[in-house]
Design a protein around this ligand. Sequence first.
Ligand SMILES: [Fe+2]
Ligand SMILES: [Fe+2]
Length: 288
Amino acid sequence: MATALELAPRLTDASRRKVWDVHSAFDWPERLTPGETWFMSPELISIYGTEAFDGLDESARMTLSFYEVVNFFSFVLYGERPLISGLMNRMYRKNTEGPITEYLHHFVDEENKHMVMFGMFCNRYAGKIYPEKKIVLPREYAKGEEDISFFCKVLIVEELGDFYNLKMMSDKRIEPLVAKINKVHHVDEARHLGFGRELLREMAADFVPAWTKEERERFQGWLVQYLLSSWGDFYNPAVYKDAGLTDGYKVRKMALEHPTCRAFRAEASAKLVDYFLDVGLLDARPEF
Ligand SMILES: [Fe+2]
Ligand SMILES: [Fe+2]
């Protein structure tokens, strides 16, 4: 398996070959028509498979799919903002000099374009970006833990996002603009994910064996909480309210506890969890 240092120049080449311009990549329709077409694959809608979803007629489901995709684009955009600043802070360091930093420039460039793309969609068609909910609590770090935590966060937003991108990019039922945004995102993310997985694997091998039992437990507790709270973003009361459902908070609570939704989250997280187990960042599967 190639190391991150070996991967970096190849990924840099690929980024240059596939370079794209966010301002000319899309034809933005004048308006979209919520309620008349799908904007998210119905099976990906946060309350799919629940009584609340079954009780909606098709037009109401389509309207909900519009706000759900606006929410999805909103929190991916907010996930990319600290990602960009974190990547910039890691450029031109002793351990990232040369090809790694060169690739980080492309990583940042692509994430910046993703933010522009998602922001344009949300602002144009929904007139807003749903505000982010995450609060960042101060933490103590063992040696190497701050960088490892940062790349875990990167991987979580990118892997979960990619699960949705992959399903939507080729879904003929949904609005073509949305399918295309998912596709464009997936193509860049495939490189980011390949790089991130390898870099994190190497960092885990370098630092985790030296952590104490308490440090390992503290880290794993944080990682599980972070993953679960990332899933919380998918169940936004404001989305349910905008789609005309009564009591958005109750809908969120119902969906977070619903066995169908929990099984979906476990399935969508499986690749990510397998990876964390494989590289020694988790000892056990979390409960969704
Ligand atoms: Fe992205
Ligand atoms: Fe990315």
